[in-house]
Design a protein around this ligand. Structure first.
Ligand code: C2E
Ligand code: MG
Ligand code: MG
Length: 571
């Protein structure tokens, strides 16, 4: 038999008794009735005990039905409330229904069956509503709150914390490289991983913390009443450690890491939009710092963003003008010590902003897609330059050009490159395209084919910055890579030490075994050059030889090179 617990609020003992009798006559449902006479008693009952439904008289000595419904709703959002009135008036009907009552019953219509039916229907509707509410507020995959519920909770926290002068923190979490997992291992694995992450977060945090999944691999957390940065740092470390535990999936273990951005109410923002934006900025910084890190919002960060916006605007305005220039950094054969070619590196000297580093504007150009236009110009300028040097008599020099992720699988890029090769009469093998590891992680057939087609026209492919990304040689096998360029952090970075050097040694041996050439970038001292030579590294580039040079200086170097070569042949 169904059991339903009813809280009856009625200041008239006779009416209450009558209702109790009606309910006791219902056979299919057992009604447990608790009767209180004043609204205050009703509030404390509702706070301390659980009820299925409230039935209340419209006229109570100390308050009226509409106020009562509002107060009850504050205590319990979802409990159905049925209002009983002495008079059957449309006005009262409308009032109580808009205030959120589930139904309204005139006293003269009271009978066992009408009350029973009204209650059953109200409960049914409440159940249905709560299901709808669940669906509207929850992320179906993880069962966590969704974005809209998170924003609602955030607004509530803002209202309460402003009243009580409390501080709280918003954390945004983003799984590092989730897209790659999804793309390579499939969506089922991706979904499973997200569910596991959701569960872990729930275990790592307190019950009163709001945890939400607000996008693909983005989670948001609201930590109420926090005592400050030290507190949050501890929690962040705990989350990072907890989430980076290996995840057993399909008999193997998946390792994921997370980045976290933190913003505080009220110091960093006082509206939900503001707080979400600030924590997103902090998240961005955490990602830049190198993943599996957390970072707090700071005003420097704001400045940085402002700088990026300025760069973006300047890029759009400047893209057709002549403020870009290509510099050329020489590369040398470590054994013969001869010049082998150059790497083309873009420089931007903005008339007002001054010199802007490619490390600053290339990412912005990539984000906005402006890189495509820029890269076309870079490729043509570099090809034309090599053509000029060839005309001077330097037929064996190579030109390395950095390729952007945005150019991958672009037919136009391919076509232009082919045209430049013909137009400037270049030996395709003298052009080296430098790609980064992130471009090769997608080993879909389309991606592999794109690089194979590039290779088929005869150009060389170099893997740039090797060692900073996946550093896995296994996926490289799928791509026709000719050269590895060891990242400069291994060579001249502050962390370059004996251990790094043995890694470098291993990379060189492995690359040679896979029939690839090895270039080391960032050589700043003679000692580094010497060591690399003895490790059998093939080529080198770095400030110790030359910094990237403007066109004229590079041309001088080429002229000297040609003269030396000619001298040797005449000797
Ligand atoms: P990258 O392709 O790895 O280029 C090498 C960077 O290391 C260059 O920085 C170069 O100036 C610097 N470098 C070379 N030797 C040394 C050294 O001995 N010590 C130190 N500390 N640094 C050295 P740059 O020119 O600032 O370029 C930074 C990055 O911007 C490049 O890294 C590349 O990823 C990107 N980039 C530069 N030019 C282009 C371009 O024309 N197209 C595209 N898509 N990206 C470019
Ligand atoms: Mg490069
Ligand atoms: Mg590099």
């Amino acid at each position: 038999m169904n059991e339903v617990k009813v809280l009856l609020v009625d200041d008239d003992p006779i009416d209450a008794k009558l209702l109790a009798e009606h309910l006791s006559r219902v056979r299919k449902t057992k009604y447990h009735l608790v009767h209180v006479t004043r609204s205050g008693q009703a509030f404390s009952h509702l706070k301390s005990q659980s009820y299925d439904i409230v039935i209340t008289d419209y006229y109570l000595g100390d308050t009226d039905g509409v106020t009562l419904i509002h107060r009850l709703r504050e205590i319990n959002q979802s409990i159905p409330i049925i209002v009983i009135t002495g008079s059957d008036s449309d006005e009262i009907d409308e009032q109580v229904m808009t205030a959120g009552a589930a139904d309204y019953l005139p006293k003269e219509e009271l009978s066992s069956s009408t009350i029973d039916r009204t209650i059953r229907h109200a409960l049914e509707r409440a159940r249905y509503l709560s299901k709808l509410e669940y669906l509207a507020n929850r992320d179906p995959l993880t069962g966590l709150a969704n974005r809209s519920m998170f924003e609602e909770e955030l607004s509530r926290a803002i209202a309460i914390s402003s009243r009580h002068n409390h501080q709280f923190a918003v954390l945004l979490l983003d799984l590092d490289r989730f897209k790659e997992i999804n793309d390579t291992l499939g969506h089922n694995v991706g979904d499973l991983l997200l569910t596991i992450i959701g569960n872990r977060l729930q275990k790592l945090l307190r019950e009163e913390d709001v945890i939400a999944r607000i996008g693909g691999d983005e989670f948001a957390i609201l930590l109420q009443q926090t005592s400050g940065i030290d507190d949050i740092s501890l929690i962040c470390s705990k989350i990072l450690a907890g989430l980076s535990e290996p995840t057993p999936i399909n008999e193997s273990s998946l390792f994921v890491s997370t980045s976290i951005g933190v913003a505080f109410f009220p110091d960093n923002g006082t509206s939900s939009v503001d707080l979400m934006q600030k924590s997103d900025l902090a998240l961005y910084k955490a990602k830049v710092l190198g993943r599996n890190k957390y970072s707090f919002f700071s005003h420097d960060l704001q400045e940085r963003l402002h700088y990026e916006t300025t760069i973006e605007k300047a890029l759009r305005e400047d893209i057709d003008r002549n403020h870009f220039e290509l510099y050329y950094q020489p590369k040398y054969n470590l054994h013969t010590e001869k010049l082998t070619g150059f790497e083309a590196l873009i420089r931007w000297n903005h008339p007002e902003l001054g010199f802007i580093s490619p490390a600053d504007f290339i990412p912005v150009a990539e984000k906005t897609g402006l890189i495509l236009e820029l890269s076309d110009w870079i490729t043509e300028t570099a090809c034309k330059q090599l053509h000029e040097w060839n005309n001077l008599g330097a037929s064996d020099l190579g030109m390395a050009i950095n390729m952007s992720a945005k150019q991958v699988r672009k037919a136009a890029f391919f076509e232009h490159l082919r045209n430049f090769l013909t137009q400037y009469k270049l030996n395709p093998a003298s052009i080296e395209l430098e790609v980064t590891e992130s471009l090769l992680v997608d080993s879909s057939i389309q991606n592999i084919n794109f690089f194979r087609e590039l290779k088929a026209i005869g150009i060389q492919l170099t893997l740039d910055d090797f060692g900073t990304g996946y550093s896995s040689l296994s996926y490289i096998k799928n791509f026709p890579i000719d050269k590895l360029k060891i990242d400069r952090s291994f060579i001249s970075g502050t962390h370059a030490n004996q251990q790094q050097m043995s890694i470098v040694q291993a990379i060189i041996q492995l690359a040679h075994a896979l029939k690839m050439h090895v270039v080391a970038e960032g050589i700043e001292t003679q000692e580094q050059a010497f060591k690399l030579k003895h490790m059998n590294c093939d080529e080198a580039q770095g400030f110790w030889y030359y910094k990237p040079l403007p066109k004229d200086k590079a041309t001088e170097l080429v002229i000297n090179f040609i003269a030396q070569e000619n001298e040797q042949t005449t000797d």
